[in-house]
Each structure stands twice: as structure tokens, then as C-alpha cells.
Design a protein around this ligand. Structure first.
Ligand code: GLN
Length: 380
């Protein structure tokens, strides 16, 4: 057995959701909405299921979905794309794996900003690469050109930019994006852009893709997720956008990971992407759940870090009067308060690990959020 996996624990998300299931806790750990996805998406699924083939779709995805993704990004982010720019994957994690396998060769160094989603480093290592972590600093999690350049060596091949950033909920500024693109051009780096939270933004906060920066179209792969846009995380429909000649190589990696993605899901997502109102309504509903969580936490004296995106809010434990490190907090809160959270340090490798922050998921019904907040407040 490969020692990487033989020794590896299950992901923090599965660990915490497993405890939530076992203990009957309110699960504000792993990110997923509690209710059904939009009715229009379910109707599109029923139609596709009744009327379309149930056999293998084309390996790179149905032209209908590739076209819908291109159109969605043209309307929402001003990108000029054709279906040849898009490869459909079975979720964004598969997209990340395909992108890393495409870009990273033996011995290549890959810059990862910490906090980093926990799939990146193991996938870089399995591709033969070496993850190099660059710590961002709470509470702003700013990107510093000098720190990035100091980490670059002749072996550096790529960087991974998760923007908006999970777990912090922060969004790169236009200046950040211009700076990071400049670093990529100067040092001939490839950018893997995990933008699955691109549509989960609040307070009117804008998001732009690193792929749209000058000179980046040929050296960036942008990853998106229908699960995040429509709140249907179990569907596992994602995609990768890149220059057609790069996307064609990504497809070679994808063909031996999952090969394809269920046809009815692809058709339903294509229809939903074409109806701008569906994605907008999802974002609007999460703006409300976010307010419920933030207001409730504030009322009970919990201190949250600034954020403007994702389904998550982070609480500062010591500032909230909780004298526990994040892992102890999460392990005890699920058992004693029956509320599940994610310790931020579980998404961190390398130096300067903060251990005072826990992540809570807000895309849940208001009564569930209120119940979780009062449980935490009583227990604290
Ligand atoms: N992206 C999800 C989160 O951050 C987890 C996804 C997973 O568990 N595979 O909560």
C-alpha cells in the first residue's frame, strides 16, 4: 500500500461530519446547504433524466454544458470563451487533481497559500511535486509580493490561488490579482485558480478571475463548481477553463480519473447556468443565512473575522472568551455542545499555524443556526 494513503487520516470534513452523524450534532463543519437545491434545477434534472440518454457522455463533457459554462463566465465575469476552453469534471476536487497532474512534473515546486484547502498538497505530492507553503496572516490574509518572490526558486512551476478563499471568506483585490499575475509572468509560473466560491459573495463584493489578467489566459486553469453555485454539493459537477490547447491536455488527465460525469446532471446544470436568475437567487438566500449567523454570534459575544464570501465565517476563539486551541474547541464542541465546526489549523501546513480560529458554515435554516449559536453560548 502506498505509505501516503496508508498513513493519511480521513479529511477533517469527513471526520467532523462522521462525528455529527454519530452524535446527532448540528453540522456547521463541512460546507453544504441543508435544504433542497433550487426547484428549477430539480425540474431540469427530471426532464433530462426522462428525455436524455443515460449512457457515457463525451469525455470532455456535453457541448451544451461546455457552452453554458462559457456563456456564464462571459455574462458574469466578462471572459471570452468557447466550448473548447471548458472541460467538465466530476466535481472541483477532480478538477484540481486533473489540473495538478497536467501541470506538475517530478520535482516541481508548487506555491500554496496557507490556509490551503486540504486536497492541494497531497495531490501535488502524488504528482511528484513539492508543495511550498506561504503563510497568509490573520485577520486580513493579504498577499505580499515580497513573500511570494522570496519563496520562488528555479524549480517553482506553479501556484494555486483559491479565490475567494476557503476557509477565511476573503476575496483578492484587483491589485492582488494584478500583482500575482505579474509574478506569474515574470517567473514563468502556471496558475491553478480554484474559484469555486466565485458566486458566493456578499456585501456587493466583486470577484474577478486571475485568468482574465494580461498574459494569463495561456498560463492559468480556472476551476468552477456547480455544487457551489447552486448549493448541490453532492452532484459533483465541476469544470476547468483554460486555453484550448491546455484544456485538451487537461482532458487527457481527466479521462483516466473519472472519464465523464453523469449525463442528466450535466444537462440540468447547463439549463440552470443559462437562467441567470437561478444562481442569483442562491447567492441572495446565502446572504440572508450569513446575516443570521453573524448577527447571532455577535449577540452572544462571539467575535468573527472579516469575510465577504463563501459559506463560512470564522470565529476568533480567545477574543470570544474561549480558552481552547481550535482543534480542542472543535473536538469538544461537537461532543459537549453538539455543534460541529472546522478548526482552521486543519487547513494549514508549514510555519506560523494559527490555532485560535474555528470555521462555521452558515448556509442552513435560521432556526438551526440560532439553535447552534445558543448551544455554543451555553456551553462556552
Ligand atoms: N469544500 C467543503 C468545505 O470546505 C468540503 C468538501 C469535502 O468535504 N470534500 O467544507
Amino acid at each position: 500500500l502506498h505509505p501516503t494513503y496508508a498513513r493519511m487520516p480521513v479529511t477533517i470534513f469527513e471526520h467532523m461530519s462522521g462525528l455529527a452523524r454519530e452524535l446527532g450534532a448540528i453540522n456547521l463543519g463541512q460546507g453544504f446547504p441543508d435544504g433542497a437545491p433550487p426547484q428549477a434545477l430539480l425540474e431540469a434534472l427530471a426532464r433530462a433524466s426522462a428525455e436524455r440518454s443515460h449512457q457515457y457522455p463525451p469525455m470532455a463533457g456535453f457541448p451544451e454544458l461546455r457552452k453554458a459554462v462559457a456563456g456564464f463566465y462571459e455574462r458574469t465575469q466578462g471572459l471570452e470563451l468557447t466550448p473548447e476552453n471548458v472541460i467538465v469534471t466530476s466535481g472541483a476536487t477532480e478538477a484540481v487533481a486533473s489540473a495538478i497532474l497536467t501541470v506538475v512534473s517530478q520535482g516541481d515546486e508548487v506555491l500554496l497559500f496557507a490556509p490551503a484547502y486540504d486536497a492541494y498538497a497531497p495531490l501535488v505530492r502524488r504528482a511528484g511535486g513539492v508543495p511550498v507553503f506561504l503563510a497568509l496572516q490573520a485577520p486580513d490574509w493579504r498577499y505580499e509580493r515580497s513573500a511570494i518572490e522570496a519563496a520562488i526558486t528555479p524549480r517553482t512551476r506553479a501556484l494555486v490561488l483559491n479565490d475567494p478563499l476557503n476557509p477565511t471568506g476573503t476575496v483578492a483585490s484587483p491589485e492582488d490579482l494584478a500583482m500575482i499575475a505579474g509574478v506569474c509572468r515574470t517567473h514563468d509560473l502556471f496558475a491553478i485558480c480554484d474559484e469555486v466560491w466565485e458566486n458566493v459573495r456578499f456585501d456587493g463584493r466583486a470577484h474577478a478571475s486571475l485568468l482574465a489578467q494580461p498574459g494569463m489566459a495561456e498560463r492559468a486553469l480556472k476551476i468552477g463548481s456547480a455544487g457551489k453555485i447552486f448549493g448541490a454539493t453532492g452532484w459533483k459537477v465541476g469544470w476547468i477553463v483554460g486555453a484550448p490547447e491546455v484544456a485538451a491536455v487537461v482532458a487527457r488527465a481527466h479521462q483516466f480519473l473519472t472519464f465523464t460525469t453523469p449525463p442528466m446532471l450535466q444537462f440540468a446544470v447547463a439549463e440552470a447556468l443559462d437562467e441567470a436568475a437561478i444562481a442569483k437567487a442562491c447567492t441572495a438566500s446565502w446572504e440572508q443565512t450569513r446575516a443570521v449567523l453573524l448577527e447571532g454570534l455577535d449577540r452572544e459575544g462571539f467575535v468573527t473575522l472579516p469575510s465577504a464570501a463563501t459559506w463560512f465565517s470564522c470565529i476568533d476563539l480567545p477574543a470570544s472568551g474561549i480558552p481552547l486551541d481550535d482543534r480542542t474547541f472543535s473536538e469538544r464542541a461537537v461532543r459537549e455542545a453538539l455543534v460541529t465546526s472546522i478548526p482552521l489549523s486543519s487547513l494549514w501546513e508549514g510555519d506560523h499555524t494559527p490555532t485560535h480560529i474555528a470555521r462555521l458554515c452558515h448556509c442552513k435554516p435560521a432556526p438551526m443556526l440560532e439553535d447552534a449559536i445558543s448551544r455554543l453560548a451555553r456551553w462556552r
